[in-house]
Design a protein around this ligand. Structure first.
Ligand code: NDP
Length: 357
């Protein structure tokens, strides 16, 4: 029990230490600090991710830990992550100056917007997302390994595909770490229980929900065509989500650049500010959210158990997260852009799903 409880602490400490010592690219973010200058960020997430996964694989090959270590300790390790998140919330929120809201609201939503330490060496949000991505990858690899170890006569290619897609999902997020600096989490969220819980506990443990049930079972019957179809669905969602995020990132950083060499940046403008209406941003106002749900559906189906309710919790969670988030973002943008937002919504009438919603 103790080993499992401490496991996330060891992983999180290792990630943080590697993040501090490994060389990093330093970039300007989208969010501005108190002096009006963009905040600076050190980006080395992919190197840290590769190093931790490499160390885990080496430890497994040498027999120091079993390949399904995080499966064997999954409950204790999830509890350890929840405990860490509680400590993190108290440490990050209580010493910071109050924003004037009640203490409970501040503990939940946070007080500080973009805390950084050691002169910007560590940014709280980047570190939280990195830790979450690494632990999620360790969990899915370990859970899929358990399926193979426990069922040598009924090994599931779907579990391997599922884990591989998650490794792709978490590592490609780190490839595009800089793009993440231009998202809602950075300009609209503070650091408290919600973000800490999300990154330290929910992201690494709940996202693996499909394998929590499937890794204990022998392989279901899934044809190669099924697996290819699930991979294709995931890829379609990825194109929508990553494509939209990249297009917006280029638009904010190089406004004249053609996205992917194809989409010229067509805009609605009030002379000062502009909103994209071409390419992905002409399909719906948050086609990237649709992409996330489609990717999650591909992941859920890849396990080959469409009648098992557990894997479906993952895409359902995205619907529950992103539908209200779109409404919040809409309110924020309507207030920020005023009349221009009205013109934009007339030009791009669908919120998330083109022609439907
Ligand atoms: P968006 O990337 O859609 O960002 C919304 C912001 O983009 C708006 O507030 C506005 O900000 C700007 N914007 C909106 N419309 C336009 C336009 N037409 N032209 C130019 N700028 C525009 O949303 P999020 O930040 O919420 O999400 C980022 C990504 O992260 C998405 O792909 C989302 O699906 C993903 N995500 C993933 C999660 C996960 O767990 N895997 C969880 C949550 C999100 P501004 O004021 O700068 O103009």
């Amino acid at each position: 029990m103790l080993v499992g409880l401490l496991a996330p602490l060891v992983v999180y400490a290792l990630v943080l230490a590697l993040h501090v010592v490994l060389p990093a690219r330093v970039v300007d973010g989208y969010v501005r600090g108190p002096e009006g200058r963009p905040l600076r960020y050190r980006l080395n997430g992919l190197a840290v991710y590769a190093a931790v996964l490499g160390l885990y694989a080496t430890a497994c090959r040498l027999g120091v830990v079993p390949w399904d270590f995080f499966w064997q300790h999954r409950v204790a390790s999830a509890l350890g992550a929840v405990g860490l998140r509680l400590v993190f919330t108290l440490v990050i929120v209580l010493p910071a100056p109050s924003t004037g809201r009640g203490l409970l609201a501040e503990l939940y939503l946070g007080r500080l917007e973009n805390p950084q330490w050691r002169g910007g060496v560590v940014d709280a949000k980047m570190a939280l997302y990195l830790v979450g991505a690494v632990q999620l990858a360790l969990n899915v690899v370990s859970f899929a390994a358990h399926q193979w170890v426990a069922h040598p006569d009924a090994r599931s290619p779907g579990a391997v595909l599922h884990a591989a897609l998650f490794v792709f999902f978490t590592s490609e997020y780190l490839v595009f770490e800089e793009v993440h600096l231009y998202t809602y989490d950075f300009f609209a969220e503070r650091v408290g229980f919600k973000l800490g819980w999300g990154c330290l506990a929910f992201y690494p443990y709940f996202y693996a929900v499909g394998l929590w049930s499937a890794a204990a079972e022998p392989a279901p019957r899934s044809s190669p065509a099924w697996l290819v179809g699930c991979g294709g669905l995931f890829a379609a969602g990825w194109i929508l989500s990553r494509g939209a995020n990249l297009q917006k990132f280029w638009f904010k950083t190089e406004p004249k650049r053609k996205a992917f060499g194809v989409f010229a940046p067509e805009v609605v403008t009030d002379g000062e500010r502009s909103l994209l209406v071409s390419g992905f941003w002409g399909l719906s106002r948050h086609v990237n959210y649709l992409g996330e749900v489609v990717m999650a559906t591909g992941l859920a189906l890849s396990l080959g158990r469409p009648s098992d309710p557990w894997p479906w919790l993952y895409p359902l969670y995205y619907v529950a997260l992103l539908v209200p988030r779109e409404r919040d973002d809409e309110r924020r943008c309507a207030s920020k852009y005023g009349e221009l937002w009205g013109r934009y919504t007339a030009r791009v009438p669908y919120r998330i799903v083109p022609f439907l919603y």
